[in-house]
Design a protein around this ligand. Structure first.
Ligand SMILES: C[S@@+](CC[C@H](N)C(=O)[O-])C[C@H]1O[C@@H](n2cnc3c(N)ncnc32)[C@H](O)[C@@H]1O
Length: 219
């Protein structure tokens, strides 16, 4: 793992333990009825009963429990590098029979080609200063015909991002990182990694977007 990655994450997240707790507390808001509605429509149809879901940047494993309820027999693999997140994810993984791979998403992933039926990237793409190699890796590990779900912050006016808080240098830096891409930019970035875009859905008043992707079948 690169020290640069942990330094970058520390600057973005602040205290690792606090941020891991925050991500766990807020997970049900991200993986809510809208998420599962999209999932059932676009993702579940290509996920075999005993297929494999790889959650890149799984954080504290907030997706693991609801995913296990939704698909009792699938293999769940989370990938994470930040130590406090890894610890929490490993505890959750044990309780639902998932697996956590400790790896830096800015490097080639220690996962085989086409190992996943489904790949998820929830609130992760914005965290990489150079996200294209990660999207290419997501494409590589996905089998043809599989689905990838990218859910992330997207561009919004500064006023709505600030939402009444004090404007600080730190907040502006987060604005740069969270609000770089429009939903279409995010989708375009994914196509340049090889994916086909199925749908782009705005979420939570346009502050976030879900991009539903597929990997074309071989002809
Ligand atoms: C905002 S959190 C979202 C966590 C989880 N996907 C969720 O929605 O609950 C982003 C996660 O991506 C992880 N992450 C960011 N860059 C990473 C990298 N280069 N390698 C591994 N994990 C990374 C962070 O440590 C963090 O846990």
């Amino acid at each position: 793992m690169s020290n640069d990655t942990l330094t970058h994450l520390a600057a973005h997240h602040g205290d690792f333990e606090d941020f891991a707790r925050l991500m766990q507390q807020t997970a049900s808001g991200r993986f809510n009825q809208v998420w599962w509605g999209v999932w059932r429509q676009y993702v579940a149809p290509v996920l075999p009963t005993t297929g494999t879901v790889v959650d890149l940047g799984c954080g504290p494993g907030g997706l693991f429990v609801p995913l296990r309820h939704e698909h009792p027999q699938v293999e769940i693999v989370g990938v994470e590098v930040q130590p406090a997140m890894v610890r929490e994810a490993q505890t959750v993984a044990q309780s639902v029979g998932a697996q956590v791979v400790v790896a830096d998403l800015s490097q080639p992933l220690p996962l085989a080609d086409e190992v996943a039926d489904v790949v998820t990237l929830a609130h992760v793409v914005h965290e990489l200063p150079w996200p294209l190699p990660l999207l290419r890796e997501a494409f590589r590990i996905l089998r043809p015909g599989g689905a990838c779900l990218v859910y992330d912050w997207v561009r919004q006016p500064l006023q709505s991002y600030v939402d009444g808080s004090e404007i600080t240098e730190d907040l502006l830096q987060h604005f740069r990182e969270h609000c770089l891409f429009t939903p279409d930019d995010l989708a375009f970035l994914c196509t340049s990694a090889g994916f086909s875009v199925q749908e782009v859905i705005g979420r939570r008043g346009g502050r976030y977007a879900m991009v539903i992707l597929s990997k074309p079948e071989r002809i």
